[in-house]
Design a protein around this ligand. Structure first.
Ligand SMILES: *Cc1c(COP(=O)(O)O)cnc(C)c1O
Length: 356
């Protein structure tokens, strides 16, 4: 099967094998060594010297942790949204009682740093600004560095909370250097690991906010997570098999090296976009903001995304991603983690036959 949805993503054979290991004591020395190793591996790609906590949860759980550990009900929050996942981040904040102001962009567009700064100047102050680094629903990458700079200059006191679930480790994000306070990633995207773990970084400023944040929290209390992480444990039972797999995949990523991992995804992104254009199909994301982990293909009038996806699945064993933009005929192809040019070539060959 050629699984080209943007998570879960396929696993390399050695990661698959690592995952089938026998269970161990999560309060014992073996687990503590593994937790230490995995944390170091994750921090390399988060580019942070600060705390990095591992939660047994999907990425959405990590987003929820980002919110409930830094904010109080009634806090004013600016949610910058360029698609489905930007909306979800805003919804979580609203669900816990934050007063959310949204700055939304049409699907396919990226956020404009100057407009974000202007919004803060006009309607701030905000306790936090939320944005999505890489919007998986539309194949748009926001320019995180410029956004962080704009937010920092307009609102030196605001927290910056970033959904980097479909970017890190494939697309570079410099957590500390860019001043991101909380960054969230998910095991099943570019990490070449199975679903089940979410990773959350916390800056010193985020910990200060934690001290007076009053949203309810229990399972996602990052203070508890840190207390246990300092002993290389987790407060509750961790998804053990995900840790086994993650240790193996992080070893592979470390051996390859961050520069090579980023370059490989840049190459795969460009390769996929060229393949789509060669087929005469369109790219949904705005030029200059096209993602290196997921490509959203816009179809021509008369082509049905649902029919093409069904034919890809039934006749070619290729699983593509469906549209997340209502009313838009779109197919999404992921190219993050364990994926090669040949995997993408197989999709192009199939698509050529199907749309001919
Ligand atoms: C996949 C994804 C999510 C949701 O993650 P889950 O693990 O499904 O909870 C959130 N944001 C982005 C950008 C994603 O790609």
């Amino acid at each position: 099967m050629n699984l080209r949805i943007p998570g879960p993503t396929p696993l390399p054979p050695d990661v698959l094998a690592a995952m089938s290991q026998q269970m161990i004591d999560h309060r014992g020395p073996e687990f503590e060594a593994m937790m230490g190793e995995v944390t170091v591996g994750l921090k390399t790609f988060f580019e942070t010297q600060h705390d990095l906590l591992i939660l047994t949860a999907s990425g959405t759980g990590g987003l929820e942790a980002a919110i409930v550990n830094t904010l109080s009900p009634g806090d004013r929050v600016l949610a910058v949204s360029v698609g489905v996942f930007g909306n979800r981040f805003a919804e979580i904040a609203a669900a816990y009682g934050a007063s959310v102001t949204k700055l939304s962009y049409p699907m396919g567009q990226a956020a404009d740093p100057d407009e974000v700064a202007a919004k803060i100047a006009q309607e701030g102050p905000f306790a936090a600004v939320l944005f999505t680094h890489n919007e998986t629903s539309t194949g748009v990458s926001n320019v995180a560095e410029a956004l962080c700079r704009a937010i920092r200059s307009a609102a030196p006191e605001s927290l910056i909370l970033v959904d980097a679930i479909s970017s890190v480790p494939a697309i570079r994000l410099q957590t500390d250097a860019w001043g991101c306070d909380v960054v969230v990633a998910g095991s099943q995207k570019a990490w070449m690991a199975p679903p089940g773990a979410s990773f959350v970084s916390m800056s010193p400023r985020a910990w200060e906010a934690y001290e007076h944040a009053r949203m309810p929290r229990f399972y996602f209390d990052l203070g508890q997570a840190k207390k246990y992480a300092d002993q290389r444990q987790t407060p509750a039972t961790p998804a053990m098999s995900v840790f086994f797999a993650l240790r193996a995949s992080l070893n592979k990523l470390a051996a390859e090296g961050p520069e090579a991992v980023w370059a490989r995804h840049e190459h795969l992104g460009a390769y996929c976009r060229q393949g789509v254009l060669d087929l005469g199909l369109g790219l949904f994301a705005a030029e200059g903001h096209r993602s290196n982990t997921v490509t959203a293909i816009s179809l021509t009038p008369g082509q049905s995304a649902a029919k093409i996806l069904a034919a890809l699945r039934e006749r070619y064993d290729i699983i593509g991603g469906a549209t997340r933009a209502p009313g838009v005929e779109m197919i999404r192809l992921a190219h993050m983690g364990y994926v090669s040019e040949a995997d993408l070539d197989a999709v192009f060959v199939a698509l050529r036959e199907l749309i001919a």
